[in-house]
Ligand binder design. Structure first.
Ligand SMILES: Nc1ncnc2c1ncn2[C@@H]1O[C@H](COP(=O)(O)OP(=O)(O)OP(=O)(O)O)[C@@H](O)[C@H]1O
Ligand SMILES: [Mg+2]
Length: 413
């Protein structure tokens, strides 16, 4: 197993999170540093104001550089937004020589073939994820290298995004002084961080409910079958409270995060909380159950949207492992019980785990995509699918004396 230092940037609607991690031979990923900045200039996962977005990214990157003692020259970047769309496509190649086993070269050829799909000229392919291979009709081969066969097929999950949105994201990161190594789809990243192998095998849908969007990734038979991004998230819950309670946005956000509950029936009708409100009185007291009712209505709607998306792709009875919720909004108390009621699927809330190093802040559902982008990049690199190799970064003169460990992160070859 190869090692190295990797950096990832999760550009979310509410926060930008940069993570630096190190992989050493035969050891789990160790987090060296994290930088979190409030996101400005972003809406529903997409750049809206390039200057503000870039400043937020810069601030998050600088924090991560300080906490890790590394210099981040380039990074893997998470991408989301409702411009994302997906399709499944098959690639086929002939293996002319019967005496020769299938090689890496054949696998690369068949994967290249699967990428030949007709997509509108204003879209780019972000990923062509191999789901499984078929060798002379033998289904569900996970690794065909070394096998004998005359025909090799691959089933791939292809994800595309609007070229201009991808360009704006890339520009935002590059204006912050960081080169983009690869763009990684946020739903796949979150799945990488929080799903168990057994869940993917038995059929599961992951929903990362963030601030502006809900990222969906559906797995069947161990591989990704469908991905989607819905333009709805926790910010809608807060906005509903602003309207329902007639209070400022920050008071509504506090009401949601400090006193919120997704199941109104679980709250005592007499319980009240004091919050800042519009009007002459300033502060007012609100029934906690009323807050929960507003939140419940919106969470139910989000769950129904998730199920509509699931049913567009598969019959929901094949999802034996049910629904896994992550993203900041998955912190809402009672959300798993409500989701279970609405969707009829077994539901759990999950956060990144099995990390080492500076992990305290990252073990929260809000950081599933941030950690997942890093884990996805590391896995692709180990599998030889990424052609970059991190090398030590030498810092000149006096800085070198002062800084014990500067590394060049993911410098392209
Ligand atoms: N305890 C909590 N209860 C309810 N909601 C919460 C709680 N903690 C955080 N949130 C919400 O989570 C959302 C932010 O989640 P997250 O950090 O996953 O979003 P993001 O990655 O910045 O945005 P996106 O993925 O939508 O682009 C906010 O709307 C915030 O209010
Ligand atoms: Mg997010």
């Amino acid at each position: 197993m190869k090692g190295g230092v990797f950096a990832s940037i999760d550009v979310g609607t509410t926060k930008i999170c940069t993570v630096v991690g190190e992989v050493l031979p035969e050891q789990p990923l160790r987090i060296l540093g994290v930088g979190i900045a409030a996101a400005n200039g972003l809406n529903r996962g997409m750049v809206e104001n390039l200057h503000d977005a870039s400043e937020s990214i810069r601030s998050s990157v600088e924090q991560a550089e300080r906490s890790s003692g590394t210099r981040i020259l380039s990074a893997h970047v998470g991408v989301t937004g409702s411009h994302i769309s997906c399709l499944n496509n098959r690639g086929i190649v002939a293996i002319p020589d019967r005496e020769r086993p299938i090689s890496q070269d054949d696998v690369s050829r068949v994967l290249d073939g699967a990428r030949i799909v007709s997509i509108p000229t204003n879209r780019d392919i972000i990923h062509a994820v191999p789901r499984y291979y078929i060798v002379d009709g033998q289904d569900h081969v996970s690794d065909p290298i070394g096998m004998y066969g005359q025909r090799l097929d691959v089933e791939t999950h292809i994800i595309t995004g609007l070229s201009t949105v991808l360009q704006n994201l890339t520009k935002g990161v590059e204006s912050a002084g960081v080169q983009v190594e690869t763009l990684i789809l946020a739903p796949l990243a979150s799945a990488e961080a929080v799903l168990e192998t057994e869940e993917k095998r038995q059929g599961v849908v992951l929903a990362d409910i963030g601030g502006g969007v809900t990222d969906i990734a559906l797995f069947v038979d161990g591989s990704v079958y469908h991905t989607a991004v819905l333009p709805v998230g926790g910010n809608h819950l807060t906005r509903d409270l602003v309207i329902g309670l007639r209070c400022p946005y920050q008071a509504a956000e506090d009401a949601k995060t400090l006193f919120g509950h997704a199941m109104a029936s679980a709250i005592d009708a007499e319980e009240t909380v004091e919050l800042e409100a519009f009007g002459a009185e300033g502060r007012k007291s609100f029934q906690r159950r009323r807050i929960a009712e507003i939140l419940q209505a919106r969470v139910e709607e989000i769950c129904e949207m998730i199920m509509r998306e699931v049913r567009r792709a598969v019959q929901d009875d094949i999802l034996s492992a049910g629904l896994v919720l992550t993203g900041g909004t998955a912190n809402l108390i009672g959300i798993a019980s409500l989701a279970e009621q609405v969707t009829g699927l077994p539901t759990r809330v999950s956060a990144p785990r099995n990390l080492q190093g500076l992990v305290d802040v990252l073990c929260d559902p809000a950081y599933a995509a941030s950690v997942g982008v890093l884990q996805w990049a590391v896995r692709e690199f180990e599998a030889g699918a990424l052609h970059t190799r991190p090398r030590p970064f030498l810092v000149p003169g006096d800085l070198w004396q002062r800084v014990s460990r500067w590394v060049r992160v993911l410098m392209p070859e």
